[in-house]
Design a protein around this ligand. Structure first.
Ligand code: BT5
Length: 324
């Protein structure tokens, strides 16, 4: 049913303003005209506006903007990522839902997405603001056959996928701040949180959470982060389609992941560095309570932060926060 409905939407979408007759649809999809009519009713339930003109046919007057497992799946061009989508209107955190699902055997590529999170979180239990319907709050369950020490590379891979998607749009110039922030004009538009369940040398599963601010107006970003955060709408003065963005992100992520597993981290690294924030410049960062300054020379073959200290020594850093 799923794939028939995806094909149906594609046929209607390709026809744009023109009508396609029930006869034509039924021939192309190999189903009866009654079945076509039933699919149309289901699409309407999911928020599509369909026009049915007697003796002429059907056309889509308005695509659905309602985020649901169905509307996200239709038109999603992936082979394994998002085959299973769990959509909730409100959750505490999609990370928690994902861990629970992963413990009860959710498949590799399962996606959890919510309209709103009441306790969205960042790294080290920091808060992630997740206003209802205004952004993408989503977690992906992966079961990669890689050693646990490579898991941080998945964070960089995900950041690269999101940057690739944003970079396609005019007027958006995404940068990635090591390891997990996506910035536009020096302000944070997205963050990634990777958590893993592993044994000594084997990953059971990884949950990659991503938060992307999409349609918040200026006054919808909390005061505490107002000057450090932005949304796509703030940057472009447009309303964005959440469904389309989610599909693009999942498609980009699947492609990057497949590249990563087949050919290793090096292609991702090159791409990541093309978006790297302040590469070649002096950065201030802290490790624990210690504040340091150094030249940020890029990332290492394993994704670590590479810096060059004032005394010329090079250092590989696995955990730090870049302040500026
Ligand atoms: C992150 O942490 O940036 C990871 C954020 C991951 C959020 C996703 S949403 C789906 C999934 N479910 C969850 O519960 N989480 C994941 P970190 O690098 O620690 O940054 C956190 C800091 O970013 C906070 O301390 C704030 O300063 C800032 N911040 C909070 N909410 C923000 C927002 N909506 N936009 C921009 N900055 C924000």
């Amino acid at each position: 049913i799923e794939s028939t409905r995806s094909k149906l939407i594609k046929l209607l979408a390709d026809a744009k303003e023109s009508y396609i007759s029930g006869q034509q649809l039924s021939e192309q999809l190999h189903i009866s005209r009654t079945a076509i009519w039933k699919h149309m009713k289901e699409l309407e339930k999911d928020g599509y506006v369909i026009e049915a003109k007697p003796k002429t046919g059907y056309r889509i007057k308005h695509f659905s903007e309602n985020v649901s497992a169905n509307t996200l799946k239709w038109g999603l061009n992936t082979s394994w990522l998002g085959k299973e989508i769990i959509h909730k209107s409100t959750v505490s955190s999609t990370q928690l839902v994902a861990h629970e699902a992963a413990r009860t055997n959710a498949a590799h590529g399962t996606v959890i997405i919510a309209d709103e999170q009441s306790s969205g979180r960042g790294r080290m239990d920091r808060v992630w603001h997740s206003k209802k319907g205004k952004g993408i709050w989503m977690s992906v369950i992966l079961r990669p056959e890689i050693p646990p020490y490579m898991a941080p590379q998945l964070t960089l891979m995900t950041a690269t996928a999101i940057a690739d998607v944003l970079d396609q749009y005019d007027g958006i110039n995404p940068k990635i701040k090591w390891p997990n922030d996506i910035l536009i004009e020096n302000k944070k538009v997205a963050g990634i949180l990777t958590e893993m369940q592993a044994e000594q040398d084997r990953i059971q599963y990884v949950v990659i959470g991503m938060g992307l601010n999409v349609n918040q107006a200026d006054n919808e970003l909390p005061d505490a982060i107002h000057y450090r955060a932005t949304s796509l709408r703030k940057e472009t003065a447009n309303e964005w389609q959440i469904i389309t963005l989610v599909q693009q992100i999942l498609q980009a992520m699947e492609a990057q992941y497949d590249t990563f597993l087949k050919r290793g981290f090096s292609e991702i690294k090159t791409k990541w560095e093309s978006y790297g924030f302040r590469i070649g410049e002096k950065i201030s960062y802290h490790q624990g309570r210690e504040n340091k300054q150094a030249i940020f020379s890029g990332i290492a073959a394993d994704g670590a932060l590479l810096v060059e200290l004032a005394n010329g020594n090079k250092e590989k850093i696995y955990s730090a926060e870049i302040d500026w």
